[in-house]
Design a protein around this ligand. Sequence first.
Ligand SMILES: Nc1ncnc2c1ncn2[C@@H]1O[C@H](COP(=O)(O)OP(=O)(O)OP(=O)(O)O)[C@@H](O)[C@H]1O
Ligand SMILES: [Mg+2]
Length: 268
Amino acid sequence: MKPPAASDGMVVYDGVSKFFPVRARPGREDSAELMVALDRINASVRKGELITLLGPSGCGKTTLLRLTAGLIVADEGRITIAGTPVTGPRKDACMVFQNFGLLPWRTVMGNVEFPLEIDGMGAAERRDRARDFIELVGLGAFAEHFPHELSGGMQQRVGIARALMRKPILIFMDEPFGALDAQTREQLQEDFLAIWSRTGATVVFVTHSIDEALILSDRIFVFETAPGRIRTVVESQVAAERLGGDVRAHPDFGKCRAELREMLRSEP
Ligand SMILES: Nc1ncnc2c1ncn2[C@@H]1O[C@H](COP(=O)(O)OP(=O)(O)OP(=O)(O)O)[C@@H](O)[C@H]1O
Ligand SMILES: [Mg+2]
């Protein structure tokens, strides 16, 4: 198979492998055994696409996301973003975490404006922008609240607003809605899709949930485990219904879900 060319996509994975040392057993402290967390990942994410990484626990989803975000380094192969090899975190990319990662001593405004404060932007300008994004995620009335005064769903809205502050071209999300109850999660999925469609950003989104993958994705990278590999890439049959429509009501939703469940269940 021809390796993907850097020009093919926004994010291109070219033979990417990652190994981790296996914790030495007593009496084998000198062991240099390695486990293969990711095995020769070849894939490409198109500009403006929303991709989900779907697979069982331990298949390497977070590892691939961290490699893409430049937080850790691949042992083999390379990742390019817009044709440039990833060598560390980029200012035009951002990360949204499952546990929100907010600063508890700062208000909503203080958290959202934080990235641009670090960048040295003047207070008036960054507050104007923060106010726009706080409004966009539906928290206009809560700008002066502290994180502990907000629900989990509201805290993650702050996380999303903060992530958007540098107007990223790439958004990395690691199970961002995993800690939320089902109803809040559905609402945030819907709201995030609406926000994403306005930003034009490319999104790589990690999830365990087949439904979440179907609701959000243009394409789904389905993983297998031990070693972590992309088993297949599934083009969503229901993506056209995502914005404004109800994906779950699509006549093919049940069939797509059953097919994905079968793929995950019949892991070799
Ligand atoms: N820093 C590390 N040191 C050693 N092993 C690691 C490290 N990070 C990840 N691993 C191992 O690599 C494999 C993949 O881990 P990863 O966190 O990427 O999985 P995941 O698909 O995100 O799982 P989950 O769905 O549970 O979050 C696992 O076996 C894990 O134990
Ligand atoms: Mg993970």
